[in-house]
Design a binder for this molecule. Structure first.
Ligand SMILES: Nc1ncnc2c1ncn2[C@@H]1O[C@H](COP(=O)(O)OP(=O)(O)OP(=O)(O)O)[C@@H](O)[C@H]1O
Length: 336
């Protein structure tokens, strides 16, 4: 039996700029995440991935605003909670977020244990300092991280160790969902592997129940996640298993994104996002029809006529007016 941990329905969030313009960064996003599953989110820069992560955490601080929709975590619609309830009951406990470059944001004047003490002061005030130390040491040992780290200052740690430490701290309360935003970028390959191993261990040991992994490193998603969701201009344009999305994409944008990864043998080539000609639309004023139309090699007049809704194809979802058979025929006839 599968248990749904996170259910997002038609979520719309936006930035209000100083000029009072609205940037519709998350524009009608719906998806679910089951216990034990990992979900990758891919897409070019500016497509709304980080804003989606912030929105799922309930981090609505100007200029980011909630528009509409629901975010149900473990049965609770967090948008029905007030800020205080969100901070105490949800953040870190139900869902934890590791933002981009989080490891560089650690206060350099504090020892690592202090960050854990601060979390516990808020969430487990009954614990003594000694008990917090024991709890932290046990967690670090279980995750094969040296307990010496707890007495270190952030700048005494290597980049990879700092990132693993941030992950261990962020998951100390056993959140149901961990959202990691580009957790391996800026790390060398060995450290990337160690970070991914750590996240898998967190899942295997039940310290987290599901993982959302945001990255540009598409080969990483293939190895790390069960499913991949592709975002374009604030919308989900396709979701499927990692295998389907990489080797058998339906949406022309996914096809372009995954285009450079076509090596089915042992592992994958270490390719980054293939550059796609053109730029995503301005999210202050998105086109009425398909948002990818201006950059799509298969665009037809119908693509620009009205909003394109998501379609269900078997167990996958995609947002294009054309049938899978038509798209696949076009792709098959494409010159290599
Ligand atoms: N503080 C802000 N004020 C106004 N617009 C913003 C703000 N932060 C982000 N945006 C806009 O929101 C949109 C989505 O940005 P977001 O950072 O979520 O994209 P992303 O896919 O995570 O990109 P990246 O991979 O570069 O982090 C972009 O158009 C961006 O310019």
């Amino acid at each position: 039996m599968t248990t749904t941990i996170l259910e997002v329905k038609d979520l719309k969030t936006y930035y209000r700029t100083r000029l009072k313009e609205h940037v519709y960064a998350v524009d009608g996003v719906s998806f679910t995440l089951e216990a034990g599953k990992t979900l990758g989110i891919a897409g070019e820069s500016g497509c709304g991935k980080s804003t989606l992560a912030l929105s799922l955490m309930g981090f609505y601080f100007p200029p980011l605003h909630f528009g509409s929709g629901s975010i149900v975590i473990n049965g609770t619609d967090i948008m029905k909670l007030n800020k205080e309830q969100l901070r105490k009951q949800v953040s870190g406990r139900e869902i934890a977020y590791i933002p981009q470059a989080a490891m560089n944001a650690l206060n350099p004047t504090l020892r690592i244990i202090r960050f854990i003490e601060d979390i516990m002061k808020e969430h487990r005030p009954e614990l003594s300092k000694q008990q917090v130390w024991e709890l932290a040491a046990e967690r670090f040992e279980t995750l094969n991280l040296s307990t010496k780290v707890l007495n270190s200052y952030p700048n005494e740690l290597s980049g990879g160790m700092k990132q693993r430490t941030v992950i261990a701290i962020s998951t100390i309360l056993n959140p149901k969902v961990l959202i990691a935003d580009e957790p391996t970028s800026a790390l060398d390959v060995t450290s990337q592997k160690a970070v991914i191993k750590l996240m898998k261990e967190l899942l295997d040991k039940g310290f987290i129940q599901s993982l959302v992994f945001i990255t540009h490193e598409l080969p990483l998603l293939y190895h790390v996640t069960d499913d991949i969701m592709v975002m374009y201009a604030g919308e989900i344009v396709e979701r499927g298993t990692a295998e389907q999305m990489i080797f058998d994409p339906l949406h022309p944008y996914t096809k372009k994104l995954m285009g450079s990864i076509i090596v089915p043998e042992e592992g994958m080539k270490e390719h980054k996002l293939a550059a796609i000609p053109g730029t995503p639309p301005n999210l202050k004023n998105v086109p009425a029809g398909c948002r990818f139309a201006d950059r799509c090699a298969y665009v037809h007049d119908e693509c620009r006529q009205g909003k394109v809704e998501s379609r269900l194809e078997g167990d996958r979802i995609y947002r294009c007016i054309f049938e899978p058979g038509t798209l696949k025929e076009w792709y098959a006839n494409e010159p290599e």
